[in-house]
Design a protein around this ligand. Structure first.
Ligand code: XBP
Ligand code: MG
Length: 243
């Protein structure tokens, strides 16, 4: 079996974007709308159980102010809040406050030299991916990724496998020739559901989650933790040989 492509998750995998990126962006959008909602770091960690920003807002309302969902314009309000949040988030990303996690740039560079194909499978909004890649890897970085599957292109977000299946279809590769890189149990379940061997790097919000089925769980992709991603990929098949 030959590894031909790496498929990266974004939030928590490429960069630790949640606590100091998405979270303050949500709070700024709520303040702009005159809402006294404030997601502190602990509450946000709970809300991350639900992927997708619009879905997360709805999940928060259902658990904290269900009467709000009775409003006739609730759907439109959620969309407006999320659009405002995305504007705030893009400014945070463009400010350079969200660097790539350790080892990510090195791995992408090594993968390009080894002529591995690159793709992205994420729940976040497509524009968030473009700006993060540009601001961390440079203006041509987006073009390094043949397929970018993001946000609402699929009906069901992670942990559903849809986004990884969407990416595999466009790569025209079977899952066994790819390796997914994820940070969360939701993301791992999504990748495994699409049949992908998966490497997990725990992030600040996902440490200690259930990563059963991952090829390996690492603190990050830094050289002292990952010296040969090919060896991790090959584990997928040596493991199968034993079973
Ligand atoms: C993480 C998510 C996203 C972000 C917020 O995505 O679940 O919803 O938290 O981004 P992944 P949006 O780990 O799959 O990259 O508000 O744009 O959804
Ligand atoms: Mg993630």
């Amino acid at each position: 079996m030959t590894m031909r492509a790496l498929i990266f998750d974004v939030d928590g995998t490429l960069a630790d974007t949640e606590r100091d990126g998405h979270r303050p962006a949500f709070n700024a959008a709520f303040a702009d709308a005159g809402l006294d909602w404030n997601w502190d770091a602990a509450l946000y960690g709970e809300l991350l159980a639900v992927t997708g920003g619009k879905e997360r807002i709805r999940h928060y309302v259902a658990g904290h102010c269900p009467e709000f969902a009775e409003r006739p314009d609730f759907d439109a309000l959620v969309k407006r809040l999320h659009a405002s949040k995305t504007e705030h988030y893009l400014r945070i990303v463009e400010s350079g406050r969200l660097p790539l996690r350790p080892g990510v740039a090195r791995l992408i560079c090594q993968a390009r030299i080894a002529r591995l194909r690159l793709a992205i499978a994420t729940t976040t909004t497509p524009e968030n991916v473009s700006v993060l890649l540009r601001s961390t890897l440079g203006s041509d970085a987006e073009g390094w990724f043949e397929v970018i599957g993001a946000g609402d292109v699929v009906p069901a977000k992670k942990p559903a496998p849809d986004i990884y299946q969407w990416v595999l279809e466009r790569l025209e590769l079977p899952p066994e020739h790819c390796l997914a890189l994820e940070d969360s149990a939701n993301g791992l379940r999504s990748a495994l559901g699409a049949g992908l061997p998966t490497l997990v790097t725990e992030s600040e919000y996902t440490a200690g989650q259930d990563f059963a089925g991952a090829l390996a769980v690492l603190p990050d992709l830094a050289e002292n933790n990952l010296d040969d991603i090919g060896a991790i990929y090959r584990k997928a098949y040596s493991l199968n040989k034993k079973s």
